[in-house]
Design a protein around this ligand. Sequence first.
Ligand SMILES: *Cc1c(COP(=O)(O)O)cnc(C)c1O
Length: 427
Amino acid sequence: MESSKSLAAWQKSQQFIPGGVNSPVRNFSKVGGHPRFIERGEGSKIYDIDGNEYIDYVASWGPLVLGHAHPSVIEAIRSTALNGTSFGAPTPRETELAEIIVNAVPSIERVRLVNSGTEATMSAIRVARGYTGRDKILKIDSCYHGHVDYLLAKAGSGVATFGLSDSGGVPEDFARNTLTAPFNNPDAIREAIEANPDEIACLILEPIMGNMGVIPPREGYLNQLREITEEHGIVLIFDEVITGFRVAYGGAQSYYNVTPDMTCLGKIIGGGLPVGAYGGKRDIMRCVAPEGDVYQAGTLSGNPLAVTAGIATLKKLTEPGVYERLESRAAALAEGLAAATQKHGIDAWHSRVGSMLMLYFTPETVTDADGARTADTERFQQYFWGLIERGIYVAPSQFEAGFVSLVHSEEDINNTVEAATQVLANL
Ligand SMILES: *Cc1c(COP(=O)(O)O)cnc(C)c1O
């Protein structure tokens, strides 16, 4: 496969940008070789600058549930841009997006729009601390919540892939108030709380882990967390930056019917433009300035383009049969891959919730980050390149979720299964 233009583009980008990329996992360093530079996307496909076509399962790391360059989203962005891109004053469309979110997500009564998932989690935690008057926070091993200093302790794929237990540049003092516990283990949460009585402001987690592959919660786990946190006056925060509007219109909280106190959103609600949001119960969100004393602001927060792209995306997701279609296409893909690994006697754990899926090369059952870490990353590397050669683009890491979009056709899925079966036969 020709990739000399991508190679040249990468050599040039490294002269100006650290690692040649603006977010670490875009660099292919953990699978070897060089990243593909993308020229354009349309529907389920992306095209690199050497002219290669790929069926895309990265979807910009989650936001593009409608696929690339969806006509409604592009038209919304185009017509909005003609009237100006930012005012630093409120616009009615911000209220429109907020209303859609409040009506969709059970835990959210008030919501503040920000520019990224990182800002959403950082701000939600500040609010939880302001609300409770407590300093410590509890997070789950390998849940990723963006690159907030004190959240980079045991922080998921990017960090796991790069083999860092923590990030440089984060003073020990900053992480001192961050406690961590393994996923799917309510006893560990109970122990952490009992060891720090009346000191923990919040428990933050991804209700479905999506940054260590895909790890669903065990039955009853989220309910148990709901009970424990309520008992101790701890704010329960679901980071639904990936899962919001993906596993169900109301996110994982409506999928599993567990209502947290606060929720962080991002990715899909911006339709491919930079956005984030955090919200929750009325009496908690009352703490946010200017109503309350917890400061949080943003020059471009709620900017017209991101908000418009988000509204256009979320409106499409209210059409009947949308989540059923995502479910059936993703199920067909997962079943095809499972049949292929079985046929060729390859140790694999297939994990899927709705349109999020992962194939781990391990004989283990993956229920937490330690389980995920048993995966054979060298085998993943061979699998990854086999797929790229056959025009299938998946994330360049064993620990990043794959995403099926509404535009993946049955033909796309069949072609993907066929390609993957060929690759697996040669592993
Ligand atoms: C992507 C992600 C974030 C960070 O969002 P950015 O927009 O990249 O800052 C936070 N939490 C989760 C669960 C994510 O997947």
